[in-house]
Design a protein around this ligand. Structure first.
Ligand SMILES: Cc1cc2nc3c(=O)[nH]c(=O)nc-3n(C[C@H](O)[C@H](O)[C@H](O)COP(=O)(O)OP(=O)(O)OC[C@H]3O[C@@H](n4cnc5c(N)ncnc54)[C@H](O)[C@@H]3O)c2cc1C
Length: 304
């Protein structure tokens, strides 16, 4: 079996999602080829690589089509990112291939595949059976990136002309980020239950003693208590580290969609808050009372 991975290259840099996809593809297939469009250094991608001159653009579906026709892979993996979705949808439609989106896992099933996918805004997970060849648009944080990192087995440079009426105007950078919460191992996250902007300081102190970073739910960001770059959830970022400490967060579906951390611990005054359903453990308590005690205790344990 061979799998083609479409690399996410932004401003000449291979993005982390690419390594996640390559890692999973390596588990499933004997041969993995990563297609990178752009000038990026592709030597750390743990697969064969085809590099094509160009830049991030929806028109890259033309490049994917040409490489697909040549390699005839069993599957094509894209990241569920703005760039990935643009290319994957047009490519699958043009080639009349089955496509699974919002994918969190893929396995081989006989001659085809089974994809686990998020449906109804995260309320249910569905298993989809797809005939080969198929297209998979995979959510960030679904697979470890380390498995896709190493050294490229080969790098082949190709020139593929894109003739289309659309012109790529340019890439608009998102807000400058102070901290990238999606890369943090420990995330202390605050919700509306924190009560007031002044109390964010408590979360910051807790994050500091734990060696983590602070994020928040949408209402906290909408209130201007934290910058947009710290928002977790459907319209924010996905966190996928070791620990997610949810302080005064109810656990709405749109929030939980962005929580892929291995361990979720919640603190909430409402014992029926939905966040407890996705938590490994939790405390029914007032965050404003519990967090100062927690900080004190952690400092004691650390001998500070
Ligand atoms: C299209 C769409 C996209 C969205 N995208 C996002 C997104 O990306 N991220 C996101 O977060 N939301 C998103 N939302 C909003 C989401 O639906 C919820 O409204 C939001 O997540 C609720 O935030 P919250 O848990 O902080 O607030 P609330 O739902 O108000 O919950 C506050 C919680 O704090 C608890 N509490 C109160 N006081 C205390 C205290 N002293 N100590 C302990 N606990 C206390 C309460 O019991 C409650 O459970 C989106 C909604 C839509 C429609």
């Amino acid at each position: 079996m061979n799998i083609l991975v479409f690399a996410e290259v932004i401003e000449n840099e291979v993005q982390e999602i690419t390594y996640e996809l390559v890692g999973k593809a390596n588990q499933l297939a004997d041969k993995v080829v990563t297609l990178a469009v752009g000038e990026a250094d592709v030597n750390s991608i743990n697969s064969d690589v085809i590099q094509v001159e160009g830049e991030s653009s929806p028109l890259n579906y033309v490049v994917v089509k040409k490489v697909f026709e040549e390699l005839k892979p069993s599957a094509v993996f894209f990241g569920n990112t703005l760039a990935g979705i643009d290319v994957a949808a047009q490519f699958a439609a043009d080639m009349a291939l089955p496509i699974a989106t919002m994918v969190t896992d893929v396995s081989v099933d006989g001659d085809g595949f089974v994809a686990t996918s998020v449906a109804y805004g995260g309320k249910v997970m569905v298993d989809l059976a797809l005939k080969s060849p198929a297209v998979f648009v995979v959510n960030r944080g679904s697979f470890p990136a380390e498995d896709g990192k190493g050294s490229a087995k080969s790098v082949k440079k190709l020139d593929i002309e894109i003739e289309d009426g659309i012109e790529f105007a340019g890439y608009i950078k998102p807000e400058v980020e102070d901290i990238d919460i999606s890369k943090a191992d420990i995330v202390v996250s605050v919700g509306r239950g924190i009560g007031d902007e002044a109390n964010i300081e408590l979360a910051e102190e807790l994050a500091e003693v734990l060696g983590g970073v602070v994020s928040g739910s949408r209402p906290v960001v909408d209130s201007g208590w934290l910058p947009k770059t710290r928002q977790v959830g459907r319209s924010g970022k996905t966190v996928a580290g070791k620990l997610y400490l949810a302080l005064g967060i109810s656990g709405a579906t749109e929030h939980i969609e962005g929580v892929k951390a291995k361990n979720v611990i919640a603190v909430n005054i409402d014992r029926n808050a939905p966040i407890f359903r996705v938590s490994r453990c939790g405390a029914v308590a007032d965050v404003l009372e519990l967090v100062p005690l927690l900080i004190e205790r952690i400092k004691e344990v650390k001998g500070e």
